[in-house]
Design a protein around this ligand. Structure first.
Ligand SMILES: *Cc1c(COP(=O)(O)O)cnc(C)c1O
Length: 351
């Protein structure tokens, strides 16, 4: 079975071997305050920063999931005025998790880009935090890096937080255009779930709520990190695998290029076969997940046939559950996987 589900998705090819390596090297039996673990932390962070081209003065942290990051951004930036900018289920959930007093929501339509006029009217200039979702996995929209740069330029005061769960390590993030980025590893990283990566700018770190007493408060995570430590026993296997997987991947620019080309080819094929997409505008479509619209019966049939052909397609999500399906285009997928997928869609057209 090849999984094109947008997370958990296809696991990186050599994971079984890396797991065996972890077992044999004995790292899994090492205490998380040991030199061996601290060395692994240091190496892994260096690998992440190198392969993803993260600026030197940004910090990389490990958490358990993107969902945990929703709580961390709520608790560790207490009392701030937030504006959540979203157009789908994940962005909305993040907004709804935020228990701060001043939380405003700007829900924009999926066929439009984010409106700066609208943000002006919401007084985004005086907000403390703007929250955005890079790729809204549920409806497959994407925020173009130029849009992010425009937002960054226009609103210089607020911190900018980005849920980059289904784009980090697939797309080259313009790190300087935001202050806090996070992603869980079961999407573009091609790893088993249970680990997430958070990337923070110095500006984000200088605004932390030091009164936050939750075990996972970002201030403690940061303080521990400086000693190559963690606040609690972390997912050591996950960190080990992350390092191994990224080490054997090309640099992010090359990865991004390959994904974008592959997505273009997929879109061309699907267009030729007469499919519609959830997101009508090319520019607003994610390079990492494609959402395809059809009738309920046809979606059901396609998914069933795909299973018979060893292919798992992603279900629709939330309001899009029944009349859409999604295809992940992640770095763990190979050219051969996509050739199989193309062959499959051509084949069922003849049925
Ligand atoms: C998958 C996903 C999440 C949730 O990730 P968890 O690891 O389940 O917490 C959050 N945001 C986006 C955009 C996602 O795609």
């Amino acid at each position: 079975m090849i999984s094109f589900y947008p997370g958990p998705s296809k696991i990186e090819n050599n994971i079984d071997k890396y797991m065996q390596d972890a077992f044999e090297e004995g790292i899994l039996s090492c205490n998380h305050r040991s030199d061996e673990f601290m060395q692994l932390m240091q190496t892994t962070i260096a690998t992440v920063k190198d392969k993803l081209e993260i600026p030197k003065n940004y910090e990389v942290f490990f958490t358990s999931s993107a969902t945990e990051c929703w709580e961390i951004t709520d608790q560790s930036f207490r009392g701030k005025k937030f504006i959540h900018i979203y157009n789908g289920a994940f962005g909305e959930k993040w907004a709804n998790y935020n228990t701060n007093k001043k939380v405003e929501k700007y829900k924009y339509p999926i066929h439009r880009s984010i409106s700066l006029h609208h943000l002006d009217a919401m007084e985004a200039k005086s907000a403390d935090v703007l929250c955005l979702t890079s790729c809204e996995t549920s409806n497959t929209t994407f925020i173009h890096s130029k849009t992010l740069q425009k937002i960054r330029k226009r609103y210089s005061k607020p911190l900018i937080f980005i849920d980059a769960t289904s784009s980090m390590s697939g797309i080259n993030m313009d790190w300087l255009s935001a202050d806090l980025w996070y992603a869980s590893v079961q999407k573009c990283f091609g790893l088993p779930s249970g680990l997430a990566i958070m990337v923070c700018s110095p500006k984000a770190l200088s605004n932390l709520n030091q009164e936050d007493k939750h075990y996972n408060n970002l201030y403690s995570i940061y303080k521990n990190q400086q000693k190559h430590q963690t606040t609690h026993t972390p997912n050591i296997l996950g960190i080990y695998l992350l390092n191994k997987v990224l080490q054997q991947r090309p640099h992010i620019r090359k990865v991004e290029n390959e994904l974008k080309n592959r997505m273009e080819r997929l879109i061309k094929l699907m267009q030729k076969l007469g499919y519609d997409f959830i997101v009508p505008t090319t520019r607003l479509r994610s390079p990492t997940v494609l959402g395809i619209k059809s009738s309920e019966e046809k979606v059901h049939l396609i998914k069933q046939e795909a299973k018979k052909n060893g292919i798992t397609l992603g279900n629709g999500y939330g309001t899009w559950k029944h009349n859409t399906f999604r295809i992940a285009n992640f770095p763990a997928h190979t050219e051969k996987d996509f050739k199989n997928l193309h062959d499959f869609f051509r084949k069922i057209e003849k049925m």
